[in-house]
Design a protein around this ligand. Sequence first.
Ligand code: ADP
Ligand code: MG
Length: 257
Amino acid sequence: MEQADSALLVEDIRKSFGNLEVLKGVSLSAQKGDVITLIGASGSGKSTLLRCINLLEVPDSGRIFLGNEEMKLTRNRAGMSIPADRRQVDRIRSRLGMVFQSFNLWTHMTILQNVMEAPVHVLKKPRKEAEAQAMALLEKVGIAEKASIYPAHLSGGQQQRAAIARALAMDPAVMLFDEPTSALDPELVGEVLRVIRQLAEEGRTMILVTHEMGFAREVSSEVVFLHEGRVEERGTPAHIFEAPHSERCQKFLAAHL
Ligand code: ADP
Ligand code: MG
């Protein structure tokens, strides 16, 4: 099943919260350099799927491989699905970069400290090296001059670019973006999309949840339309945006384009 350049494989993931079955058997496969965009109505399970990939939620069943490494799940005495190996969870999370709608920067640290934190404390990089790398990443996302400032003094677009730099500092195998521009004022959306587009062009593997359909069309290798916890339709941007078969997908796009 696995191939040499498989970055992420998600097989038949199911997840319920109580009686509510949110993911009803979802599969994804990203080769290195792929950008997979998840679209779908609010509540269709997009965030839950991303959260299952980095084990912020534990899937009830199904398999997840990052590269060739399978995430080991087991069951506790109550029959609940749990990670079998905490150290594996930490290791795998350190290889996944997550960017949330709400930025989630550490408010008591400067932008530079935010970006250096994981390389210094998780990867045990020397501070000087981590600082040079962090400055290069802040340069890359266009906010090097904000390095010594606290997040509260930055615009939403700048905070989100800092959050992207922080995720990149771990050089993740896969970046997960959950509606990275949804909390931004419209005039700030472009500067964040530009950074994400640059990452796509550089060949970063990404799973991206977005309502920016024009952007999805430009950057995606595959677009996946989720409806009530199932993949209702999937395909190339040309297929999804020009000739979707599913009526639900057509309606969704008509409302969002
Ligand atoms: P989307 O990101 O597509 O809007 P979500 O994955 O956030 O959808 O949510 C899918 C469904 O799962 C929603 O009905 C939501 O209320 C429910 N849900 C998500 N997380 C939880 C949770 N931790 N506990 C209970 N219900 C949840
Ligand atoms: Mg969501």
